[in-house]
Design a protein around this ligand. Structure first.
Ligand SMILES: Nc1ncnc2c1ncn2[C@@H]1O[C@H](COP(=O)(O)OP(=O)(O)O)[C@@H](O)[C@H]1O
Ligand SMILES: [Mg+2]
Length: 209
């Protein structure tokens, strides 16, 4: 029975597609049978997957673009053959995002350390709460200067929100790998971004254990 992870955040540009591709490829490199499902009509992952076909170092990973109403049936079809199903979702309070959240065992919410992202996240958390889903917040594009990070961590802790211990720095390696149809663990396995990807995956697993 596959474990379903939806990557959701109302704010566009928060890093949903990047995080979904990073999680799926990090699992694939670890040898786990994984499928990546794109429910965003902008289909950035579909473009990513087209590039991926040209990359010899790309590990096996099933990809499908799935609109919201077909999501439950698609998940049911893939559940038995995959260990993890990762869903990328559209921004806004889209009904497709809600369907993905409802279907998920875990909702990962990428959050950039900015007030706009924090405000947009509240709507996503509200949907996850209404659907009774488990949530983990993943700090993304964290700048090297620790002040912004410290402020946002303090704010999340004050609110008692479930923040993952590790996040992703603001690193060009994520954008470069994405443009090549790869994850950072495939494009630059010894780089800092790949180390973060593996640490985040471990942090998710440990936080659910
Ligand atoms: N950790 C990161 N470091 C650097 N750039 C990032 C990072 N995460 C995302 N980006 C960039 O931010 C932009 C928006 O990311 P994307 O994953 O498309 O967000 P969303 O899917 O939420 O709209 C993209 O250009 C992407 O390459
Ligand atoms: Mg996206």
């Amino acid at each position: 029975m596959a474990f379903v992870v939806a990557v959701a955040q109302r704010k566009g540009g928060a890093g949903k597609s990047t995080v979904a591709a990073t999680l799926a490829t990090t699992l694939a490199v670890a040898g786990r049978p994984v499928a990546l499902l794109d429910s965003d009509p902008q289909q950035s992952l579909a473009r990513w997957y087209t590039e991926r076909a040209r990359q010899p170092q790309a590990k096996p990973l099933l990809f499908e673009a799935v609109s919201g109403w077909r999501m439950p049936a698609t998940l049911d079809r893939l559940r038995d053959s995959r260990e993890v199903l990762v869903i990328d979702t559209p921004p806004h309070a889209d009904s497709d995002a809600r369907i993905a959240i409802r279907s998920a065992d875990l909702v990962v919410v990428p959050l950039q350390p900015s007030p706009a992202d924090l405000w947009a996240m509240e709507a996503t958390l509200e949907v996850a709460r209404a659907e009774g889903r488990t949530v983990r917040i993943l700090l993304n594009r964290v700048p090297p200067n620790g002040k912004l990070r410290d402020d946002i961590v303090a704010e999340l802790n004050r609110r008692g929100l479930p923040l993952l211990e590790y996040g992703f720095g603001n690193r060009t390696a994520f954008a470069t790998a994405f443009a090549q149809g790869l994850g950072v663990v495939e494009a630059a396995p010894r780089g800092s971004a790949a180390a973060e990807a593996r640490a985040v995956l471990r942090a998710i697993q440990e936080s659910l254990a």
